[in-house]
Design a protein around this ligand. Structure first.
Ligand code: NAD
Length: 387
């Protein structure tokens, strides 16, 4: 309930995210026991590596999945033995503060979990510049990520960056079009489109464009947009008036609106699910991260063009390939410059598998067993057996 109120997200989604928060802590509680060092054959003695905690880690998080993304960092950071200072987004501080209270009640020692709230430019930047902070784990926009990487250089801080995306959902004519079209809205209108992994460019093979658009229109018509606290709601409002206006700037009078769903007209930062078609890959709607419920449909002729269009972006976070041809599916998935790809599915994130970006979608990976490595240093110890 607190997360639904915090971010204006549907209560069902918030409940699902809290489930993932729990699973993330459980996973890292076990995974840390398998964070193994190595014993390496060398002359004159025994060499081995151990992994040590970094010290104080700064966690800076966005407003779209507030506690969930914080947990992806808190879980491995704490399991590996660090202390943390969590700086949630200024629009969504409530669940981070509640988490700190619960951690204290659960017996986490004072000083291990700290939360500071406030504007990014003051609180966030202080953390990034502070000489006693060993690492910054950041999730947010590519623009802020760039400034964090630059500021962290001052103290040679370790940094992992999970940034924006403009992912492609590639639908070939030989796909199960019904399934692809039914899944497409969830992949771009989920969380009202405020999702870094949103497949906001839907690349459709020209040979099936009309059939796909018909099925997509039917699927969009079934989305229930409304009160986040109503169990039936699938899509809530946007986070702020500023975000609504930014999203609106992509749907001006000349925009090729092909599908527009329903949204309440009353008070609130509502925006209807909107599909633009056809869009060229160099249009603004295909290049910039909209971070709202607006999808751009881009037709393509063949496999080579689909790959070229999908990769023609500064981002590389997620993406999907829909086809019944297994060889083609793997070929295209291998060719895409992106950190997370799904075949005949639009899901990206699982606790047990790494998530993160290629290109300007960031570096480092969260979740999965290797996230722990990003919260540790490797120490090599040599024991001279000939002394
Ligand atoms: P944002 O970059 O505006 O802010 C993110 C966080 O950084 C906030 O806590 C903010 O206060 C802080 N911040 C802002 N300026 C700062 C500075 N100069 N120094 C230090 N900290 C600063 O992002 P947002 O608008 O909250 O979130 C949306 C963005 O996050 C989108 O671009 C989205 O794609 C991205 N995102 C990425 C992932 C991923 O896993 N790759 C996941 C979710 C969201």
């Amino acid at each position: 309930m607190l997360e639904a109120r915090n971010a204006g997200k549907p209560i069902g989604d918030a409940r699902g995210e809290m489930g993932m928060v729990v699973n993330t802590f459980r996973y890292y509680a076990g995974a840390v026991e398998r964070l193994l060092g190595e014993q390496i054959p060398v002359a004159g003695g025994v060499a081995f590596t151990i992994r040590e905690a970094l010290g104080v880690v700064g966690l800076i998080t966005p407003w779209n999945f507030p506690l969930c993304i914080a947990a992806w960092k808190l879980g491995p950071a704490l399991a590996a033995g660090n202390t943390v200072v969590l700086k949630p987004a200024e629009l969504t501080p409530l669940t981070a503060l509640r988490f700190a209270e619960i951690a204290a009640r659960a017996g986490v020692p004072d000083g291990v979990v700290n939360v500071v709230v406030g504007p990014g430019r003051e609180c966030g930047q202080r953390l990034v510049e502070h000489p006693d902070v060993a690492k910054i784990a950041f999730t947010g926009s590519t623009e802020v990520g760039r400034s964090i990487a630059a500021a962290a250089a001052g103290t040679i801080k370790r940094v992992t960056l999970e940034l924006g995306g403009k992912s492609a959902n590639i639908v070939f004519a030989d796909a199960d079009l019904e399934r692809a079209a039914t899944a497409a809205p969830g992949a771009v209108f989920g969380n009202a489109g405020q999702d870094c992994c949103a497949r906001s460019r839907i690349l459709v093979e020209r040979a099936c464009l009309d059939r796909f658009m018909e099925a997509l229109e039917e699927a969009v018509a079934t989305i229930t947009v409304g009160d986040p606290l109503d169990e039936a709601t699938q899509m809530g409002p946007l986070i702020s008036a500023q975000q609504r206006d930014a999203v609106g700037s992509f749907v001006g009078p000349d925009a090729p609106v092909a599908i527009r769903g329903e949204a309440p007209q009353d008070r609130g930062f509502w925006f209807p699910p909107t599909v633009l078609c056809p869009v060229a890959n160099d249009d603004r709607a295909a290049r910039e991260e909209i971070f709202g419920p607006v999808a751009a449909v881009i037709p393509f002729a063949d496999e080579a063009e689909a790959i070229a269009l999908a990769n023609d972006t500064i981002y590389g976070l997620s993406g999907s390939v829909w086809t019944r041809d297994g060889g083609k599916a793997l070929r295209v998935a291998r060719a895409l410059e992106s950190g997370n790809l799904s075949i005949n599915s639009n899901t990206s994130v699982r606790v047990a598998t790494p998530v993160g970006g290629f290109k300007q979608s960031g570096y480092g990976r969260e979740l999965g067993p290797r996230a722990l490595e990003h919260y540790t240093e490797v120490k090599t110890i040599f024991y001279n057996t000939e002394a």
